[in-house]
Design a protein around this ligand. Structure first.
Ligand code: SDX
Length: 428
């Protein structure tokens, strides 16, 4: 295959280099286009645009392949834990036992937040959405780390990464407890990462939450499956903010805001709301799918479709199987799971969805597991944020350690008024 692309503009032929990735992806390198032709490219929402070269995650959307640092998500789901997978995503290799112990030790060291942070929590109304609290509190937590105000220093990165990864679950649990008017529950050293999160969410001052290994494993898997996903909206946001050399906590806080949207991480909450609406309408899904196909009030089949996957999202396949297993273990029969399966079956055989290559994505079934665990609906996207934190941290690290990194500054095509003049108020 050629290693340049020819572009004929106004009779002048420009040869552009072709960039090839390790998995054979090919990109036309437009970095000199404007300097050589005065033209820019135009790609609304960047659907065809590579914003960076990254070594963290590989996705083949046509084949439904997802790998973290080359390791298939199916193998990690089977054999790894969230913390080991977070280490892999952030540092590029699975930890040795010594590395695992050292990193877990840092997560324990930093699990508490500064006591003064409590005053910030007091300021939120109990109705505040936990994603708003989480984003604000990540930045607030950064205020207790003086070196964050200095430029990036690789030698302290691991401490900062561990601190953010550890405290995101403490902040999330405190946000939940605050919204319910419950006392904050401090983390305990004896618990693993995910056990501690469940402890801080559901224990009481006078009685620890009874940890069910099936529930701990299911939530740990949910975190693991969300750990990274190449240049999705929130990760691209983290890289955008990092490119101005803002600090890790500020960049992650921006990532939380981007993830909150219902077209992105907010979809897991929207799926359950959709399934509840269908159930309340005593609809077997047929009526709802007709509304979606007729574009009724912008209705979408939430949890379906994906910018990159034009095949079944491999994470959705894993979560669907584990939903069945967990509900069976807990002796729960969730009518929403039955509705979800009926919807999936109908949509996968419906020309509207087949023509548009719309399949279930990670959000379609994740809410079923979270509901079975007892995670409240408004915390679903917070759970996604905790899971995605390793990916945000890894992408932040790539930006900061790339010697050629430049500030993200897209161009635009101006469609506003041409030259205009000021008119004094009394003449308007
Ligand atoms: C996540 O990017 C990532 O990697 C994200 C993520 C991650 O791990 O970070 O995987 C997590 O965000 C998963 C996606 C969660 N969002 C949802 O489930 C919301 C519902 N899905 C859609 O809003 C949509 O599919 C998106 C936002 C996910 C993708 O949007 P695109 O790529 O812009 O697709 P599109 O809107 O251009 O759709 C193409 C066509 C359109 O129809 P036509 O105009 O061509 O006739 O498909 C239709 C759309 O109307 N369509 C849907 C649909 N999704 C797309 N129709 C009904 N229901 C849907 N869910």
């Amino acid at each position: 295959m050629a290693n340049t692309a020819k572009l004929d503009i106004d009779g002048k032929v420009l040869e552009l280099p072709i960039l090839e990735g390790t998995e054979g992806e090919r990109a036309i390198d437009f970095r000199n286009l404007r300097a050589k032709t005065g033209y820019i490219t135009y790609d609304e929402s960047y659907a065809n645009t590579g914003s960076c070269q990254s070594k963290v995650t590989f996705i083949d959307g046509e084949k439904g392949i997802l790998r973290y640092r080359g390791i298939p998500i199916e193998e990690l789901a089977e054999g790894s834990t969230f913390v080991q997978t977070a280490y892999l995503v952030i540092f590029g290799h699975l930890p040795t036992e010594a590395e695992r112990v050292e990193f877990s030790g840092l997560l324990t060291k930093y699990q508490m937040i500064h006591e003064d942070m409590k005053f910030h929590f007091e300021g939120f109304p109990s109705s505040a959405h936990p994603m708003a609290i989480l984003s604000a509190m990540i930045n607030a937590a950064g205020c207790f780390i003086p070196e964050l105000t200095k430029d990036y220093q690789p030698e302290v990165f691991e401490q900062q990464a561990a601190r953010l990864l550890s405290q995101v679950r403490t902040l999330a649990a405190y946000a939940y407890r605050k919204s319910r008017g419950l006392p904050s529950i401090y983390p305990k050293r004896k618990y693993t990462y995910t056990e501690n999160f469940l402890h801080m969410m559901f224990s009481e001052p006078d009685e620890d939450y009874a940890l069910d290994p099936a529930i701990v494993d299911a939530l740990d898997l949910i975190f693991l499956l969300h750990a990274d996903h190449e240049q999705n909206c929130s990760t691209a946001t983290v890289r955008m903010v990092a490119s101005s050399r803002a600090n890790l906590f500020a960049s992650a806080s921006a990532g939380v805001c981007a993830l909150w949207g219902p077209l992105h991480g907010g979809a897991n909450q929207a799926v359950i709301e959709m399934l509840k609406e269908i159930r309340a309408d005593k609809d077997d899904g047929t009526k709802f799918l007709d509304k979606v196909k007729n574009r009724g009030a912008g209705a979408k089949l939430m949890g379906f479709g994906h910018r990159v996957y034009k095949n079944y999202d491999p994470r959705a396949r894993i979560i669907k199987r584990r939903s069945d297993e967990l509900l069976a273990k807990l002796g729960i029969s969730d009518p929403l799971l039955d509705i979800a399966k009926t919807l999936e079956e109908a949509a996968l055989n419906d020309p509207y969805f087949i023509e548009r290559r719309l399949y279930p994505n990670v959000d379609f079934y994740s809410g079923i597991i979270m509901q079975a665990i007892g995670i409240p609906l408004e915390m679903f996207t917070v759970i996604f944020s905790i899971g995605r934190m390793p990916g945000w941290i890894a992408n932040y690290k790539e930006v900061m350690e790339d010697p050629d990194s430049r500030i993200y500054r897209p161009r635009q095509v101006y469609q506003g008024p041409t030259l205009n003049h000021y008119v004094p108020l009394f003449e308007r």
